[in-house]
Design a protein around this ligand. Structure first.
Ligand code: NAD
Length: 494
């Protein structure tokens, strides 16, 4: 059962080394961190525990590669990204299996979402960079101002464990397409697919040094990347506390920063909604990827007249979700990422009880037979009866836990929804266009889905407000972030 950790010998094939200057290299200090398989609770691989020397080597390789990469025509850079996408797509099954093993997520999700989306990220930014245009301001008959958008040089991408390759490529693709060289640091908990991805770079035609992967912990590898004098910009996705720390390191050095942080996303269910669509999608928005998606709705506000029916149906469906081996296609809910995270989520369920909440279903560690006996599984939990301002209602849990609240009026729903420090995503379920527009106007969030969830168009701006982040990624926003605007003022001679 969850909690214990077992070590098994790690083979060379399961070692995640750094990828610097086009080659896999061991960390300068020679040490490695264990990588756990969440579904079994066992160590199955190890990852380079990098430090300053590795970061220096990666930054130097990136600096050397930059002049030639920047000078390649955009079309040629796009061709390399498309070649990477093709190779990734051809190995979808291998990557999906690796992602599922590293994260504990169901293989079906890795196959249908994580890896296809990584392929799309590469193809999308390959195309977007070729359509990216800049402004021209004709000032007078003899004066022309135009904007050049130039790549920054060496940029960093630091990504979390919940959507490892999906978010790694979400940063790497626009950065490379715009002509930068990258030092990327995946989460030390899920280093596998970024390592496999690095292995595709040579055959896809990416010159050495253009993409470097430095593995390791946040403090030892991540922070030296953020502080490195060569690094001109940091695109970070992860927790709000880490984001604050990175801003503290990179801000005084005047690096460009994009911070995609945590959330406590509200779902507003009005009594005029399409009930079946609302309940079925809320089940997904609560528990997809074990609730370990920054966009998951964790606070569901339901209008009085619909509350009991909605609660009963959501609880019945949550109780039917299959918690199982992530490698089994019948599994809906895989394992949580780590024993610490498993304990943290259970701790929040204990807190919810102390704060007056009732756990309507789930919230129990799940013991599976066979190879998953030591895995970190938890049944999906629905909680009700919490005050909107208690800690369980305010803090990000990032697990399979959703809480329900009753509301009467539209004003009350929006006020409660806005009543946290976060502002990443929000969802509105209603049959009224007017009500939807009013809610969209008033909700404090970077994204509002109306009568849907997780429908993504890569052209749209993505990011949060308040403590959910600073800046926007996606579409032109990403290409703007990874370039510096230079205004050129030309005066014709008379
Ligand atoms: P985390 O902040 O612990 O780690 C994220 C990454 O930052 C990892 O690679 C980690 O090694 C690195 N890191 C940690 N400390 C660092 C430091 N001092 N300097 C530099 N790098 C450092 O986050 P996590 O636990 O991996 O991910 C879960 C969090 O990510 C949740 O809060 C979730 O909401 C958030 N998230 C946000 C989005 C979004 O788009 N807004 C998407 C996915 C996840």
């Amino acid at each position: 059962m969850a909690g214990a950790r077992e070590e098994t010998p790690v083979s060379d094939a399961d070692r995640c080394d750094n990828f610097i200057d086009g080659r896999f290299v061991p960390p300068a200090g020679g040490s490695y961190l264990p990588v756990w398989e969440p579904a079994t609770g066992r160590v199955y691989a190890e990852v380079a525990a990098s430090g300053r020397a590795d970061v220096d080597a990666a930054c130097q390789a990136a600096e050397r590669a930059f002049p030639s990469w920047r000078e390649l025509p955009t079309e040629r850079r796009a061709a390399v990204l498309n070649a990477l996408a093709d190779r990734l797509e051809a190995q979808l099954e291998r990557f999906a299996a690796a992602e599922s093993k590293d994260t504990g997520k169901p293989i079906t999700l890795a196959r249908a979402v994580d890896i296809p989306r990584a392929v799309s990220n590469l193809r999308f930014f390959a195309a977007a960079a070729q359509h990216f245009a800049t402004e021209c301001h004709p000032t007078s008959a003899d004066v022309l101002n135009y904007t050049l958008r130039q790549p920054l040089g060496v940029v960093a991408g630091i990504s979390p464990w919940n959507l490892p390759l999906y978010l790694f490529t979400w940063k790497v693709a626009p950065a490379l397409a715009a002509g930068n060289c990258v030092v990327g640091k995946p989460s030390e908990l899920t280093p596998r697919t970024a390592t496999l991805f690095a292995g595709l770079c040579g055959e896809a035609g990416l010159p050495p040094g253009v993409l470097n992967v430095v593995h390791g912990s946040g403090p030892d590898a991540g922070e030296p990347i953020c502080a490195h004098p060569s690094v001109r910009a940091v695109s970070f996705t992860g927790g709000t506390k880490t984001g604050a720390r990175i801003a503290g390191v990179a801000g005084p050095l005047f690096k460009k920063l994009s911070l995609e942080l945590g959330g406590k996303n509200p779902v507003l269910v009005f009594d005029d909604c399409d009930f079946e669509a609302a309940v079925a999608t809320t089940l997904r928005s609560s528990f997809s990827n074990q609730g370990e998606i920054c966009l998951c709705g964790s606070r569901v506000f339901v209008q009085d007249a619909l509350y009991d029916r909605f609660r009963d149906e959501l609880v019945a469906r949550a109780a039917r979700l299959v918690v199982g081996d992530p490698a089994d296609p019948a599994t809906d809910q895989g394992a949580l990422i780590s024993t610490e995270h498993h304990a943290k989520v259970r701790g929040y369920l204990d807190l919810a009880r102390r704060e007056g909440g009732t756990i309507l279903c789930g919230g129990q560690p799940v013991s599976l037979p066979g190879r998953c006996a030591g895995g970190w599984f938890l049944s999906p939990a629905v909680v009700e009866g919490l005050a909107p301002d208690c800690r369980t209602s305010q803090e990000e849990i990032f697990g399979p836990v959703v809480s329900l609240y009753r509301f009467r009026t539209e004003e009350e729903a929006v006020r409660l929804a806005n009543g946290t420090a976060y502002g990443l995503a929000s969802v509105v379920w209603t049959g009224s266009l007017d009500r939807a527009h009013r809610a969209v106007r008033d909700l404090q969030a970077g994204i509002t889905w109306v009568n849907c969830w997780m429908l993504r168009d890569l052209r749209t701006p993505f990011g949060g407000v308040k403590q959910s982040g600073v800046g926007r990624e996606g579409g032109w926003e990403a290409l703007r972030f990874f370039t510096e605007a230079k205004n050129v003022c030309l005066k014709l001679s008379s």
